[in-house]
Design a binder for this molecule. Structure first.
Ligand SMILES: C[S@@+](CC[C@H](N)C(=O)[O-])C[C@H]1O[C@@H](n2cnc3c(N)ncnc32)[C@H](O)[C@@H]1O
Ligand code: SF4
Ligand code: SF4
Length: 421
């Protein structure tokens, strides 16, 4: 079946496999000491991404700052073409020029790895003495320039008691947000260090305490299955869906395209075959797998049995995420549309970008704030984007049928409330 989207909306682009660290938990299956890729390959990848109208690139690695010239080229080309950019970096090797390069381009967010509050543990995991010190110093420089950085701690059994202290240290050194992410196993050797359900609750409790004590944004990057816990405190972490192959793709340094950063398998090379044709044969991961234990779970469409890649390593691609507890514990996601005062005036947010699809189009703001519409909806939304309006006014012209669309636009944060003059 042909995919709805002609290309991904968001790509993780692994600029280089090379890395200055060698983290024991790293999900990258590749060698971190390989040479940098030739400029011609990078150029061909960048051109494919741009031609295919991808909205957002998360430039990652390995360590993207290992290839400064390549990074500069990529950031400049993507910025020129009005793309949104994020950077995943350990920050340990950035210098003043690098900081300026980030500021000169359209980099909207930086995610940086902070593994432990303890320099001994951090440096032991990365294999590099002084690595925590360097990461924190550079995070501080970005913070002093008012540049918001989110720190991400990969949590395994060895570090599960250290989440609060690590978050506190990151925030004291300038992080504006903090994520604690359960370690995804690369292969069988990682299984003994994976978090159990109890460990994960301990991780989440510390994360919630960080939010309470410091008022920063918190998160967890590998979502939990909808049946992880009956405790409402954790339900906000059980709402994620796997977007691999649906709106997201990962491009390796040589142009191999995967559905998710954690996958080793590639579906083809975008330089050789073109992104569009590789994308068409890339499966939507959440639709491809049908965990046997999930039976007739009402949430299976959104949850898809939790993280497929984690399940694959632990007990096979068609088994439930090891942190799932089964259908009787499922937390259903509220799909209802928000109540909206029919006299409330709205206008479109200025930073929304648009692209045509074969039969419709996409309005995009951020990975979680976009809407895919058929042709008819596209024209309506384009018209609405030119004016300020309230529901009563649009119903007069277009009828009651327009109300769910306006509410959906509001729910997706594509509309802003407009104050009366
Ligand atoms: C592979 S790294 C590449 C960017 C950069 N080198 C860094 O570490 O920030 C991208 C992100 O994946 C996270 N990560 C690495 N290994 C992981 C694992 N096994 N499970 C979950 N996240 C992991 C890192 O903490 C980082 O936030
Ligand atoms: S710094 Fe990032 S890419 Fe490098 S080894 Fe650590 S997690 Fe992997
Ligand atoms: S039963 Fe399966 S699909 Fe349903 S919430 Fe649990 S893991 Fe997800």
């Amino acid at each position: 079946m042909e995919k709805i989207l002609k290309s991904p909306l968001i790509v993780h682009y692994e600029l280089t496999d090379n890395c200055n660290h060698d983290c024991t938990h790293c999900y990258n299956s590749f060698d971190h000491t390989v040479p940098l890729v030739p400029y011609t390959t990078m150029k061909a990848i960048v051109e494919e991404v741009i031609q295919n109208e991808v909205f957002h690139a998360v430039v990652t690695g390995g360590e993207p700052f290992k290839d400064r010239m390549g990074l500069q080229y990529v950031l400049e080309e993507f910025t020129k073409n009005n793309m949104r950019l994020s950077l995943n970096t350990n920050l340990a090797m950035v210098n003043e020029d690098d900081i300026q390069m980030v500021r000169d381009n359209n980099v909207k967010s930086i995610l940086t790895s902070v593994i432990s509050y303890s320099p001994e543990v951090h440096d032991e995991v990365t294999g590099v003495p002084g690595s925590l010190k360097r990461t924190l110093k550079n995070m501080g420089i970005f913070a002093s320039l008012n540049y918001g950085i989110t720190a991400n701690m990969v949590v395994n059994k060895n570090r599960v008691n250290d989440v609060y202290k690590t978050g506190k240290l990151a925030i004291e050194n300038g992080a504006r947000g903090f994520c604690a992410t359960r370690m995804a196993p690369l292969d069988e050797k990682d299984i003994p260090l994976m978090l159990s359900g109890e460990d994960t609750e301990l991780m989440l409790e510390q994360l919630l305490l960080i939010e309470e004590d410091f008022g920063v944004q918190i998160g967890s990057l590998n979502p939990l299955p909808r049946c992880f816990s009956d405790n409402p405190r954790y339900h906000r972490f059980q709402k994620g869906s796997c977007s691999g192959g649906r709106v997201n793709a990962t491009i390796g340094q040589d142009g191999d395209l995967r559905a998710c950063p954690h996958q080793a398998e590639s579906y083809g090379n975008i330089v050789e075959e073109g992104m569009s044709s590789v994308w068409q044969k890339t499966p939507v991961l959440a639709e491809e797998r049908v965990p046997t234990e999930c039976g007739d779970c009402k949430e299976v469409k959104g949850c898809a049995g939790g993280c497929g890649e984690t399940s694959r390593v632990v007990s096979g691609i068609n088994s439930m995420d090891p942190l799932g507890r089964g259908v009787e514990h499922v937390q259903e996601i509220d799909q209802s549309l928000p109540e909206v005062n029919p006299n409330q005036r709205f206008s479109f947010r200025e930073d929304i970008i648009y692209r045509d699809e074969k039969s419709g189009g996409v309005f995009y703001r951020k990975p979680s704030e976009h809407i895919v519409l058929p042709n008819k909806g596209v024209q309506v939304v384009k018209d609405l984007s030119q004016i300020t309006f309230n529901i009563n006014e649009v119903v007069e012209v277009l009828g009651e049928g327009i109300v769910p669309l306006v509410k959906l636009l509001y729910k997706k944060n594509l509309l802003k409330k407009h104050m009366e003059d």
